[in-house]
Design a protein around this ligand. Structure first.
Ligand SMILES: [Zn+2]
Length: 189
């Protein structure tokens, strides 16, 4: 049975490879889906802020999509200074025209990480209070200034929608198309 250790080694490598591919960085194709999910949290929280005082019992704010994706959002903090909107060339210095193609269609980097993490941090603090109030079966200790979230939510939404506009040309992903017979038989193209 000389081949056995090699087979085991191969299996370990295959499992490791799958694990590495599964975790970590968000692929370019998945980035709009992640942003859409974050937008879902943001928009729901905007509704919850508006309706907060109408509720008899406070409802916790949403941060599920943030929790899932927060460690993979490097792409929302771009490191260049200017990027050409025509040829995608990234510039490390301030320029008036693209050094590669001469276009004046240049944009600033997206830097949304801080805005999002501060906002969701506040959301988390509010949720902790709401959770504690539920446990104590009393809302008397609840001291939540929901207005504190309005501006950060508006900024987050604006930033994420701008990112969508810039990346896919619209504020939201189109709804998925219903599966056709061909796609069911042969998979999505
Ligand atoms: Zn260019």
């Amino acid at each position: 049975m000389d081949g056995l250790p090699i087979i085991i080694l191969l299996l370990v490598i295959i499992v490791m490879f799958g694990f590495l591919r599964g975790g970590g960085r968000v692929g370019r194709g998945n980035q709009p889906k992640v942003v859409q999910a974050l937008l879902f949290d943001v928009k729901l929280n905007q509704v919850l802020v508006e309706t907060f005082h109408m509720r008899e019992k406070p409802r916790r704010f949403e941060r599920a999509n943030w929790e899932v994706n927060k460690d993979n959002l490097d792409f929302l903090d771009e490191t260049f200074v200017k990027k050409c909107g025509d040829c995608d060339h990234e510039h490390e210095n301030t320029v008036e025209k693209c050094e590669k193609c001469g276009s004046a269609n240049l944009r600033e980097p997206f830097q949304l990480g801080n805005t999002l993490s501060h906002m969701f941090e506040t959301v988390g603090e509010f949720n902790d209070q709401i959770k504690a109030a539920k446990k104590a079966k009393s809302t008397s200790s609840l001291n939540i200034d929901v207005d504190k979230l309005k501006e950060p939510l508006a900024q987050s939404r604006q930033g994420l929608e701008d990112w969508m506009m810039c990346t896919i040309g619209q504020k939201e992903l189109p709804p998925p198309e219903p599966p056709t017979l061909t796609s069911m038989l042969f998979g999505q193209r």
